[in-house]
Design a protein around this ligand. Structure first.
Ligand code: GRF
Length: 198
């Protein structure tokens, strides 16, 4: 039985928390040999925070406007002994201190097939709107390592789905989101296996 690895999930102010929930459920079912040691949220008053509490997860509310945010964030992760960090709707670049402390252990999920339709400002329905405007026939999601640039770290896993004739940005978003919930735990599990038993 591999040791359960400790993961922290960082959510953003616009997130619904659905990827957070997918990761937590994969941990609870045993599909992912991990436990969620913290959900870090920018405010305590978000629907995703309620969802996290409902799943029995420990929430740390930490606004990026907090004085000394980089060190506060790093400390919050270190005191809980987080080993892997999953961004789920976190829209900022991570502080350098955090990137340096967790090399190759910070993941993000993006709702397009990167490098297409990524970069600063490409989030939410904007991504799917751009996919439709470009006339793409296939879309999907990408799980990647996080670097100091938006959406540019090494790709770990991509899953694809068709863009259907008559798709709206909302219908495409829903199809991609369902894929995200499969891809994120799967990519994290593979990364943990590659990392070896600890
Ligand atoms: C997802 O579409 C993810 O790809 C992107 O932000 C969104 C977060 O959604 N990075 P949720 O909060 O996990 O539902």
């Amino acid at each position: 039985m591999p040791r359960r690895r400790k993961i922290a999930i960082l959510i953003g102010s616009r997130g619904r928390g659905s990827n957070m929930a997918a990761l937590a459920k994969a941990c609870a079912s045993g599909d992912l040999p991990a436990e969620v040691v913290a959900v870090v949220a920018p405010s305590p008053d978000l629907p995703a925070v309620e969802a996290a509490k409902g799943l029995g997860l420990q929430v740390v509310a930490l606004s990026s406007a907090t004085e000394d945010y980089p060190n506060q964030l790093l400390k919050a992760l270190q005191v809980r002994e987080a080993e892997f960090i999953c961004l789920a709707g976190y829209l900022r670049l991570l502080p350098a201190e955090v990137l340096q402390t967790f090399p190759n252990r910070i993941l993000n999920i993006h709702p397009s097939l990167l490098p297409k339709f990524g970069g600063q400002g490409m989030y939410g329905l904007r991504v799917h709107e751009a996919v439709l405007a470009a006339g793409e026939k296939v879309s999907g999601c990408t799980v990647h390592l996080v670097s100091e640039r938006y959406d540019e770290g090494q790709v770990l896993l991509q899953m694809t789905c068709p863009v259907e004739p008559g798709d709206s940005k909302e219908s495409l978003a829903a199809r991609v989101l369902a894929l995200e919930h499969v891809a994120y735990p799967k990519a994290l599990k593979a990364l943990m296996q590659k990392d070896g038993p600890q």
